[in-house]
Design a protein around this ligand. Structure first.
Ligand code: ZN
Length: 136
């Protein structure tokens, strides 16, 4: 397994629209994509900083994990996503072999068509960690 870079940082927010004056107006970033990921009950907005993206996550339902996160911890950094080379599935197999607890045993489709999988924060020192790769 090789991590090549930080693909994105996921940030839980109550409202993407309410964040735009800060991300666009203050920081001068450009939101280049807003997309709903129905099975995760979130709306996502993307900004690029170099090769790393910022992914804002807005819950679309009260039972969304993002809604629960905001209720418990407030808005803020939700997860760290690494880009992996040679496959998310290979990485999961390797990490599981090293005793890492997985949330996703197999890759699934995330925003922007990436193959993604989450590692359990109990095994990642409190940081919800995502692995991603562009599909071949
Ligand atoms: Zn993510």
């Amino acid at each position: 397994m090789e991590l090549t870079h930080i693909e994105h940082l996921g940030i839980a927010v109550k409202s993407i629209e309410a964040c735009l004056p800060y991300y666009e107006g203050v920081l001068g970033l450009k939101c280049y994509n807003i997309e709903e990921v129905a099975d995760q009950k979130v709306k996502t907005a993307f900004f690029k900083v170099g090769q790393t993206k910022i992914e804002l996550l807005e819950p679309t339902s009260e039972d969304s994990t993002i809604a629960k996160f905001i209720e418990k911890k407030g808005e803020g950094i939700h997860h760290l996503a690494f880009a992996v080379e040679d496959g998310v599935q290979n990485a999961l197999t390797e990490l599981e072999g090293k005793g890492v607890k997985l949330i996703d045993k197999a890759p699934r489709k995330g925003a922007e068509g990436l193959n993604i999988a989450f590692l359990h924060p109990k095994s990642t020192i409190g940081v919800l960690t995502e692995l991603c790769e562009k599909p071949e």
